[in-house]
Each structure stands twice: as C-alpha cells, then as structure tokens.
Design a protein around this ligand. Structure first.
Ligand SMILES: *Cc1c(COP(=O)(O)O)cnc(C)c1O
Length: 353
C-alpha cells in the first residue's frame, strides 16, 4: 500500500439504476414517460447561446422566483440545485453536524447512507415495521437530525401529514428534512407546515412529476434563515451550480401548471389500473402513492423475473438486499409500456407453470 493511500477519502458510492443507451422499455429509475411541458422545448430553442460566454446567475433568481410564486412562499425561502441529490447533499453538509446520529429509515433512498459516510456524519437507521411503515416513535429518541422521503422509496408508501408533523414536532432541536421527490403523486405536502416549524426543510425535484430528470433541477423550501445557511454552504462550494439552460427550462416548466397537473393525473390513472393488473397476475404490492409500485409474487422468484424481463428488453429495478429480496420496483410508464410488461409477464408465467 502506498503511503498516500491512508489519507485518501474512500467511499462506497451510490449505485444508480442502469441507463441503457439502446431502446428498451425503461421502468427502472422512476423517470416520467411523458415529455416536459412544450414551453421547455421553446425556451431551449430560444436560448441566447451568445450568453454562454457569461457565467449564469449564481442566485438563480428567475427560477427561485418562479418556484416561490408557484408554492406561495417568498423567494428567500427557496434554494435550487442540480437535482435534489445536489440539494440533499448540501443539506447533509450544512445541517447534520452533530455528534449524535442522524436518523433515517432502514429501507429508504440509499443515497442518505452514502452522504452520511462521505461527510462522516454518524447515522442510525430506524427499522420500518413488518408492513414497511415508519414507526414514528422511533424518531422521538435523541438524534442529530432526521431525514426521510414521503412517499418513501422504494416502498412507495405515503405517510399521512399528521405522522410527518408528529416527527417534526418531536425533533424541534434538530433539522428535519422531508424528501418529497414523489409527493405530487401522493397527498398533502409538508410545505403546509413550514410556517409553523422553523426546523423543517422540504425538498422536491423536477425529475419525476415534471419530466426533467435529464435537466437536473431540485429545490428546497424552508424559512429564510435555513435557506441562507444552505446558500452560504453552496457559495463556499460552487457558486454556479445551475447552468443557463436548466434555469430557463425550469422556469417554463413551473409556469405551465395545467400541463403539470394533467401529467400527474395520467400517471395516477395508469398506476391504479396497473395495480389491478398486478393483482390479476397474482402479484402483491405495497399500496403505492408514487409513480412506481413495489411488488412481489408468491410463486415466482423476483430475481428470476427481473432477469427474464431484462433479457426481453423490459427494465425494472431489483436490489436483492435484505427484507426486499423478493421485490421488484416497477416505474409507471405509459399505458402501452405497462401493457407490454403485463403481456410479457402473462406469457412468462403460462410457460413456466
Ligand atoms: C429520485 C429521487 C431523488 C433525486 O432526484 P434528483 O433527480 O436528484 O432530483 C431524491 N430522493 C428520492 C427519494 C428519489 O427517489
């Protein structure tokens, strides 16, 4: 071993779902099957490329203002970043600096553990119960901060706002982050609570409901004091996180509320139909309030199904880790994509009995 090895920061990175470059039915990373608002295409076309010689606006004012208007908050309550991964990572760096462990569920977005280890933040996972529900009392113990997604991933389970509020209320000495990547497909957002709890940060993304995973836009909404701490950390790290194209496209997306709502309606409709189809095929699933379904089959091995699907050009997500080794996470695609999925599964099961 080289002497310098001992001073290298070694990390076990987050493993994203596959992004195959050939054409497949892609139900593995919770992307939206529909394109973004037509205004986004127009904004990109009209972008003044001569301006590319200039740095972008470091304060991202156009986008924070558009989001502030949409969510009825002040612009100084909004922080934007390069996808919510960037925003969440910045939150870990800024708010989780205690000797006490940060709490998050044992089955959740696996990036939380990666950031905690990267930044050397102590953490303790709280076990979801046998039905994969959060046990709110587990979060009443002393801790250095709390983060959880609602709806949770990969379970797709939405916890009602009173459960979320109980956890926030019990943790007023630390920062509580609610990661609402899938909230638009679910129910009430914790944004309702930001005026009442000064320890709350709500993080959302353009990657799912807004069909813009490729543009990398995420945001946090909180009170001005916490947003200032986030900006101070950001300006100490990289002043220009958001490029001009992302800012322009983001603004247009937020403006088109009707398109946004219609897209969500379509996915929820396909999701509810997909639940019925899964039942018909003998699957069981956790009740989904997101744009994906976490499903298991009592008679077919999840890994085998995953591999058979993949061989036939249908990608879903499989982890094989403890407690979820028999589960597949299936993103809700278009009606046609889901029909292809179910047709394949039906054929596969008929030939394998
Ligand atoms: C998809 C996802 C994110 C990150 O999305 P970005 O593309 O980085 O905005 C964050 N949290 C959860 C729970 C997610 O599923």
């Amino acid at each position: 071993m080289k002497a310098f090895e001992k001073n290298i920061r070694k990390v076990e990175p987050y493993v994203p779902g596959e992004q195959p470059q050939n054409k497949v039915i892609k139900l593995n990373t919770n992307e939206n099957p529909y394109p973004p608002s037509p205004g986004v295409r127009k904004a990109l076309k009209e972008l003044d490329t001569d301006r590319f010689r200039l740095y972008p606006d470091p304060s991202c004012a156009s986008l924070t203002e558009a989001l502030a208007k949409f969510y009825h908050v002040n612009p100084d309550q909004v922080f934007v970043g390069v996808g919510s991964d960037d925003v969440l990572s910045m939150c870990f760096l800024t708010f989780f600096n205690s000797e006490k462990p940060v709490f998050f569920p044992d089955l959740t977005y696996s990036f939380y553990k990666v950031w905690a280890e990267l930044y050397r933040i102590p953490y303790e996972c709280q076990k979801l119960d046998a039905d994969f529900r959060m046990v709110k009392e587990d979060y009443y113990k002393e801790n250095g901060g709390v983060i959880f997604p609602n709806p949770n991933a990969p379970t797709a389970i939405y916890e009602e706002l009173d459960v979320v509020e109980d956890i926030i209320r019990a943790n007023q000495d630390v920062i509580v982050i609610v990661d609402e990547a899938y909230i638009d497909f679910a129910g009430r957002s914790a944004l309702e609570l930001i005026d009442r709890y000064d320890n709350l940060i709500v993080v959302q993304t353009f990657s799912k409901a807004r069909s813009m995973a490729g543009m990398r836009i995420g945001y946090a909404i909180s009170n001005p004091a916490l947003i200032k701490y986030l900006n101070d950390a950001k300006y100490s790290f990289n002043s220009y996180t958001m490029n001009q194209a992302a800012l322009a496209c983001g603004v247009e997306s937020v403006k088109d509320k009707a398109y946004f709502e219609e897209g969500i309606r379509k996915i929820i409709k396909t999701r509810e139909w997909a639940k019925e189809e899964l039942l018909r095929l003998g699957f069981r699933y956790l009740d989904s309030s997101a744009n994906f379904i976490f499903a298991t089959h009592p008679a077919y091995d999840a890994k085998e199904l995953f591999e058979a699907l993949k061989k036939n050009g249908i990608y879903v997500r499989y982890w094989g880790s403890e407690r979820i080794e028999q589960y597949l996470r299936i993103t809700i695609g278009t009606r046609e994509e889901m029909e292809a999925l179910f047709a394949f599964l039906k054929g596969y099961m008929e030939n394998r009995v």
